[in-house]
Design a protein around this ligand. Structure first.
Ligand code: FMN
Length: 202
């Protein structure tokens, strides 16, 4: 069984719809540690040693967050800047994260068409998340495409929100249980595309 660490960043969880639902769908799962950065570090004073220990104790690291200005909420950038130290996360001797799986679980206001070439947001989600892919590569991690929920601005029904949350639970469970086909998933734009092909039935 793989151990999963969800590093969660949402500065206003009380007003959240989709991230709150996704959180509710995974935080009670065995083998999953749900780590809410804004709740633990309201003053942004991140405990680097604690965070590094936590990462080392898990096999899969997920950044779950809403897309803010085509990026993450600020605390995740702070986390990256402080926790991924030279000689620990990268560099010749920095191998603490080597071989661990990494992906983002992100939600956005813009819809699928707006994240196409020539769409309203100019770039695809793959292009916008390239810095995270590059970071994972530098840390010798196994990058996976982002689990992506788009279209929050158009007002998503509770039914649709629950369906995305349930898919998130399926993905996290399959990763934990080793029934997720990483190689197939890597070929998809989003981690939650074609789940019937990427999740093996047991
Ligand atoms: C400060 C801020 C910046 C945002 N930037 C973007 C953005 O760049 N692209 C986008 O599609 N949506 C953007 N949004 C919309 C959020 O991504 C969207 O409201 C969120 O994913 C919904 O998740 P929640 O229900 O968990 O809050 C932004 C929202 C805020 C508050």
């Amino acid at each position: 069984m793989k151990k999963i660490l969800i590093i969660f960043a949402h500065p206003a969880i009380a007003r959240s719809k989709i991230n709150a639902a996704m959180r509710g769908a995974v935080e009670d799962l065995g083998g999953v540690t749900f780590h809410d950065l804004y709740a633990i570090y309201p003053d942004f004073l991140i405990d680097v040693a604690d965070e590094q220990k936590l990462c080392q104790a898990h096999d899969v690291i997920i950044f779950q967050h809403p897309l803010y200005w085509y990026s993450t909420p600020a605390i995740l950038k702070e986390w990256l800047d402080l926790v991924l130290q030279y000689g620990w996360a990268y560099g010749v001797k920095g191998r603490a994260l080597e071989g661990k799986y990494f992906f983002q679980a992100l939600t956005a206001g813009g819809d699928t068409d707006s994240y196409r070439k020539n769409g309203l947001n100019t770039f695809t989600i793959g292009e916008l998340t390239a810095p995270y892919r590059a970071t994972a590569n530098t840390c010798r991690m196994e990058w996976l495409p982002p689990f992506t929920v788009l279209g929050m601005h158009r007002g998503m029904s509770d039914e649709e929100i629950n369906r995305h949350a349930e898919e998130y639970r399926r993905v996290v469970t399959a990763l934990r249980d080793g029934t997720f086909d990483m190689q197939k998933a890597k070929q998809n734009e989003y981690l939650n595309s074609n789940l019937d092909l990427t999740i093996r039935k047991v």
